[in-house]
Design a protein. Sequence first.
Length: 281
Amino acid sequence: MYSFARRPIWLAGHALAGVLLVIFVIAGFWQLSRHNEVRDRNAVIAERQAMAALDADRFFEAVTNAGLAEGLEYRSVSLPIVGADWQESVQIRNRSLDGRAGCHIAVPMETASNGSEAPFGVLVIVGWLPQQACASLLDGDVDVFERRLPSADQITGRIRLSQERGLLGPADPAQGQLSSLARTDVERIDQQTTQDLAPVYVEITGAVDENGAAIRLGTWPGDPGDALPALEPLPPPQLDAGPHLGYTFQWFSFAAVAIVGYTLVLRHHARKGESEQIADD
């Protein structure tokens, strides 16, 4: 009844169906693993965000210990600001906010710790700018931010790990003074700044001036006469599960359809051959 299935053309079909089935199953399990990774990551982020903010001493102690730095990501930190070098600011290009294209502005800042003999540097993402403003700023006067931005005496922010290039993606020149980078690579920025930067960076979430008054971040630079729009603070990380679980069901559904569909095709041809044999008899 199924002797036709041993013909070369059908053997090739079996092999193709088997390969597709394996691909569907592997893709389903891969998406399931990605879903589990996102779930675990969200749990870690939520746990760390609920922790009390680190002070400068604990931050300095942790970032100088390579084994502790990775466990700091997404924790809050509160740092006194001794100074900010806006002339050494760098744009992190191709960064979107609410579907809008733009860039991040990264500024090396000096902070102090009671446990250190001198101020140490930390890279701070002070906000997001739309794409047109990013292009204008590259050709314009960086001092606009230094002049208009209220002097922050204390900042709070999210600790993030330095970003590295993966297998794909744009590569930044290894040498030279760069005004923009493809990613927030603290080590690369450290090469071109006079400060000795901590190996992590901070996304600013709050600031106060020397009088203890809160600085409204969304108003930076905050002067209606400025040609550049305000720096917008970065939103907190999204803790949604993402599409991976839906993709998991999708790939496993493809596998089920492949099994059932190919079985029906084989049965159809078997019955067709049996009917033709009966008719011949």
